[in-house]
Design a protein around this ligand. Sequence first.
Ligand code: C5P
Length: 223
Amino acid sequence: GTDRPLAGRRALVTSGPTYEPIDPVRYIANRSSGKQGHAIAAALARLGAHVTLVSGPTREPTPPGVTLVPIETAVEMLAACRAALPADVAVCAAAVADWRVAEAAGQKVKKTGGAPPTLSLIENPDILATLSAAGPDRPRLVVGFAAETENVVAHATEKRRRKGCDWILANDVAPETGTFGGDANTIHLIDAAGVEHWPTSTKLAVAERLARRIDAYFGEGKA
Ligand code: C5P
């Protein structure tokens, strides 16, 4: 019915951080609460979409009706995303570590009293860019986030081009905004047509608005 307008649509959402192992007991990670990504998965599911949520470790409960695929590393996240295709829409809200340790140690690295160990890093796959370039498997709508501390719209517009995604939701994460780990978010949505400035609201309201806009996007094609 009209209360579940995304029924029959498949959505893929990434959320949370990735954990990149240094050794069996240590890892590198980004700060990410998973609040925004999990809220988006929940909002899409409430509108009736079949939602696969590929997430790193968070304290957030799995939203009702959502299939969680828990992962730790960026490489695992990419594999899980590929396995979740085909999808009508992909929303990449995860804070993926840009690098991983080239060769994680099989055993705990010990303090030897000598020089501290050096980590050699290699680049992780970019999941948003990979999904955007997935050829025939590409979701019809690919949405990414851009956390910026200055020139928010200009940087996000450039990021949209570089990643090849359809929409970028840019948010201002300058330290004084309290966005990280907090509940509020100020979004500027960049698409092919230009920029839309959303009023500052909660991450839950941002998720709801995004889900409605995704529905409207598919609705245009349905007519
Ligand atoms: O390049 P940057 O990390 O600023 O881009 C942010 C966007 O790209 C977010 O949507 C994030 O989920 C996505 N991303 C990704 N894989 C990466 C890095 C970022 O999907 N390795």
